[in-house]
Design a protein around this ligand. Structure first.
Ligand code: GTP
Length: 597
């Protein structure tokens, strides 16, 4: 295809502002998918994404469009994920296209994620077309939002396209804006091949599928290609474009986006951002900006029923084949037995994987407290990464410890600002900036990631009644006074509950935790002490008295079926418990105990 007739773009938006609905409309109005085949939100292919309304896997679609100037164009849309955990996926897919549509809900305005994603688009050198969506809503205020886009982002919004993705109003204007306001790609057909690896996934029929954007040269079916970062060589079996289903093609030239298969064994063998070139007469220098995605949050996953361990291993291996950013290794816990220590890009990523294991593979799991990666500087001058608080060495060997810090941007309506500042302050935050955009405040905080991984997001949503939006990026490591706190139940340490805490907060957290556990652990036939300790020193203690709760007592004899039901319920509840020494601890205790109120 002639370069001047290609437009490559992505859609940047905050969650729920209408990205998927707009993508659907573009596909539908150009006849890319026949109306009868049109499923709502066709790009959100996985059930879980659909259910949560979050786009996780980047998808792409090639659209043929005949513009009003009479010319035929090829429009390639790359769908980028909208959540903070997937910032790296967003940044690399942005480098595969030349422009973005910035979709803003005209009744809501700019949100924290909109900002983060727009900055990435600007970083990638994009031309940006602002699109105000949902103008059908009575609460839509397009003029106010235009001004807001100009004030907050510094982008000229006078030519913003006004649309309703839901009703289809304004969709033809969006297509024309793509053709006339976004630049055509550049590239040299005669230069050595340089194609960027944009994404890869496992397809049960085809094996590993790799999405590429050709920068220079031509990629042909049958070519032998080399991936520069891994130095692996493969023969291309299949080359296709996505409409959005695969349609075979013989070659992809500069500016084009498509997928290939090449007998690649696992998704792990493909590095997103890597450069693909031909084996012979290939390019020497890779495309700039490649970095492998790094897990930042770790937690242990253990089967509730030890007999499920092999099933869990199987399930985790399968998921990892399809998700290169998820890492795992076997872990044994004195309390929980055999399981896996897993690394994730962030909390949402963790939740998604845990959910899939429980739902798609039907395994009941115990998730231990999420932990960040600490840097331990040892007295012998070496540095070690600590992924699991249970592995914390004796303090006499440690010189000092550093923890990851983030820069968090929060946008919040004025009336909740006080609560947000208090929350950030409570989590050891340092305020960097505070400014206003209309009646909303934008606060920027420097925070320790370890205070955010657990329930910061939930707390933020609850203190602001869901009105705050949040985005973060890791800025670096800093030394602080962190200690390992252990929890002992009936004098036995429960390793899965140990955590790193700031020395000044240890007592407060220890107290909160033992109080919670006291409520969460059912009474037994004997007294159970519950303690929080640092090193050998107990900092908080509760005692669960020995009293067997008779769950049928309040049923006043009589109703036998009711009694039956309660007993059955109690039995079912038992299954979800783990034994620690002589004590049964319910599964929920592991997560609930760590939530702070
Ligand atoms: P994520 O996939 O979670 O990032 O969200 P999204 O940005 O793709 O939003 P989505 O397209 O799923 O739309 C969110 C909600 O807004 C859905 O309930 C849509 O039906 C609704 N919506 C989208 N466009 C419009 C519109 O133009 N008008 C109105 N009234 N509602 C819309």
């Amino acid at each position: 295809t002639d370069l001047s007739r290609i437009r490559n773009f992505s859609i940047v938006a905050h969650i729920d502002h209408g990205k998927s609905t707009l993508a659907d409309r573009l596909i539908q109005s150009t006849g890319t998918v026949a109306d009868r085949d049109m499923k709502e939100q066709i790009l959100d292919s996985m059930d879980i994404e659909r259910e949560r309304g979050i786009t996780i896997k980047a998808n792409t679609v090639r659209i043929d469009y005949k513009a009003k100037d009479g010319q035929q164009y090829v429009l390639n849309l790359i769908d980028t994920p909208g959540h903070v955990d997937f910032a790296y996926e967003v940044s690399r897919s942005m480098r595969a296209v030349e422009g973005s549509l910035l979709v803003v809900d005209a009744s809501q305005g700019v949100e924290a994620q909109t900002l983060a994603n727009v900055y990435q688009a600007l970083d990638a050198g994009h031309e940006i077309v602002p699109v105000l969506n949902k103008i059908d809503l009575p609460a839509a205020e397009p003029d106010r939002i235009k001004t807001q886009i100009e004030d907050v982002i510094g982008l000229d919004a006078s030519d913003a396209v006004l649309i309703s993705a839901k009703s289809g109003l304004g969709i033809p204007d969006v297509l024309e804006a793509i053709v006339h306001r976004l630049p055509a790609p550049k590239g040299d057909r005669d230069a050595p091949l340089k194609a960027m690896l944009v994404d890869s996934w496992y397809d049960p029929y085809l094996g590993v599928v790799v999405m590429v954007r050709v920068m220079d040269g031509v990629l042909r079916k049958g070519d032998r290609v080399r991936m520069i970062a891994t130095n692996a060589v493969y023969g291309i079996d299949k080359l296709a474009v996505l409409r959005p289903q695969m349609v075979d093609i013989d070659e992809l030239g500069p500016g084009e986006i498509g997928v290939l298969t090449a007998q690649i064994k696992q998704v792990r063998d493909t590095r997103v951002g890597d450069t693909i070139t031909t084996e012979r007469k290939g390019a020497e220098v890779p495309l700039p900006g490649f970095k492998p995605a790094q897990p930042v949050v770790f937690c242990g996953l253990f089967p509730v029923d030890a007999a499920d361990f092999e099933d869990l291993r199987d399930a985790i291996e399968k998921l990892a084949l399809n998700d290169a950013s998820f890492s795992y290794e076997m872990e044994t816990s004195a309390a929980l037995g055999f399981g896996f220590r897993c690394g994730f890009l962030g909390l949402l990523h963790l939740e998604v994987i845990r959910d899939r294991l429980e739902r798609e593979y039907d395994i009941d799991l115990i998730t231990t407290a999420p932990s960040v990666v600490y840097h331990l500087y040892m007295k012998d001058g070496t540095m070690r990464e600590l992924h699991n608080p249970a592995d914390m060495p004796d303090l006499t060997y440690v010189d000092h410890l550093e923890e990851p810090r983030i820069k968090a941007t929060i946008l919040v309506p004025d009336e909740y600002l006080g609560d947000v500042l208090k929350l950030c302050q409570d989590r050891r935050g340092i305020q960097l900036d505070l400014s206003y955009a209309g009646n909303r405040a934008m606060v920027v905080y420097d925070l320790p990631l370890n205070e955010v991984v657990f329930d910061f997001y939930d707390r933020l949503k609850s203190v602001t009644k869901g009105y705050a939006s949040f985005d973060y990026s890791i800025t670096g490591y800093r030394e602080d006074a962190l200690v390992k706190m252990s929890i002992l139940v009936n004098d036995e340490p429960v390793d899965a509950l140990s955590m790193m805490v700031h020395r000044d907060r240890a007592e407060m957290r220890g107290r909160a935790m033992v109080e919670k556990l006291k409520d969460l652990i059912p009474r037994h036939m004997f007294k159970i002490p519950i303690q929080a300790a640092i090193g050998g020193k107990v900092i908080a203690r509760e005692t669960l008295s020995a009293l067997r709760k008779d769950v049928t007592a309040k049923c006043y004899g009589g109703d036998a079926t009711r009694k039956r039901k309660l007993l059955d319920k109690q039995k079912a509840g038992k299954k979800k418990m783990r034994q620690f020494g002589k004590v049964d601890i319910p599964q929920e205790a592991f997560i609930s105990a760590l939530k702070m109120d």
